[in-house]
Design a protein around this ligand. Structure first.
Ligand code: SAH
Length: 266
């Protein structure tokens, strides 16, 4: 470690270590498991919702691993300053290139330099909008490094120098990258083998074939005077499939004309 504190790990590394777990959390990966490394000023935000339910269970089982790298110890001087005022003036503060670079170097230890095998991502409202195809691409890599911005963002030079991919959660502005990182990791992790009990559920859901999913129903059969569409309880599988396809197409046409126009045509 170059800057004090060790990165914090979640998942198999931290629960299987018997004596001094912190010492075993050096920048190494659970062998074979997909790994996320998150550079953040707020490591305590992780695993957050990723520690719950299916992603949390998969984390505990070592199907993927999560390591936070605290940006603060890389800061400058007694106060470990990580930011400074924007060149050219204006409001707010910008994360310094040298500070962020030191954290990125730390995150790069023992990872493949090929960005296709290990994407290095900056969460940013100026980035390419995140989508299911990006989640699939990332899930197919060995792991990922994510840089969570704060304040006005990050010095551009460090993004250029490290060939960082800028990705946005959507056309709105968050106060930091941590929520975006969790959302994107969730989307990628649920595509890893073994994370969802029923593998076919990632093939049929919204966005997997360029369509939104059909509506879902469950018991009771009648609720507040509303019945489940009769076809779904008919036992006729072909009719169910046809209805679901028609509903998926209707919803996509009505709600997302952009997706409808781009849908893969048979
Ligand atoms: N001044 C910047 C916004 C900074 S918001 C601009 O106008 O582009 C502070 C941090 O929150 C960013 O550095 C980024 O990491 C994160 N963030 C904000 N909105 C985001 C979004 N839509 N997607 C992903 N990350 C976002």
């Amino acid at each position: 470690m170059t800057a004090g504190d060790k990165p914090k790990s979640h998942g198999r590394l931290s629960i299987s270590a018997s004596v001094q777990p912190r010492d075993l959390m050096a920048p190494q990966r659970v062998k074979g498991a997909w790994a996320a490394r998150i550079i953040t000023l707020f490591p305590e935000a992780f695993p957050g919702t990723l520690g719950l339910s299916l992603t949390g269970k998969a984390l505990a089982e070592g199907l993927w691993s999560l390591q936070t790298i605290d940006l603060r110890p890389f800061g400058i001087g007694k106060h470990r300053n990580v930011d400074d005022s924007p060149a050219g003036g204006g409001a707010g503060m910008v994360l310094r290139a040298d500070v962020v670079a030191a954290a990125l170097d730390e995150a790069a230890i023992a990872t493949p330099p090929d960005r296709a095998l290990w994407p290095v991502v900056y969460l940013s409202p100026r980035g390419k909008p995140f989508d299911q195809a990006t989640a699939r691409r990332w899930a197919g890599a060995d792991g990922i490094t994510m840089l969570c911005g704060r304040f006005e963002g990050v010095d551009q030079r460090v993004l250029d120098h490290y060939a960082v991919e800028e990705v946005s959660l959507g056309d709105f502005v968050l106060t930091g990258g941590e929520i975006a990182a969790q959302a994107m990791i969730d989307a990628a992790v649920r595509l890893l083998p073994g994370v969802l009990g029923n593998a076919s559920s990632t093939e049929e859901e919204s966005h997997s074939h360029g369509l939104l999913e059909h509506p879902q129903y469950t018991r009771p059969a009648t609720w507040e005077g509303r019945d489940i569409p009769a076809v779904l309880t008919s036992g006729n599988h072909a009719a169910v499939e046809k209805w679901r396809r028609a509903e998926a197409e209707r919803l996509t046409r009505e709600r997302r004309p952009d997706l409808w126009a781009r849908r893969p045509k048979p």
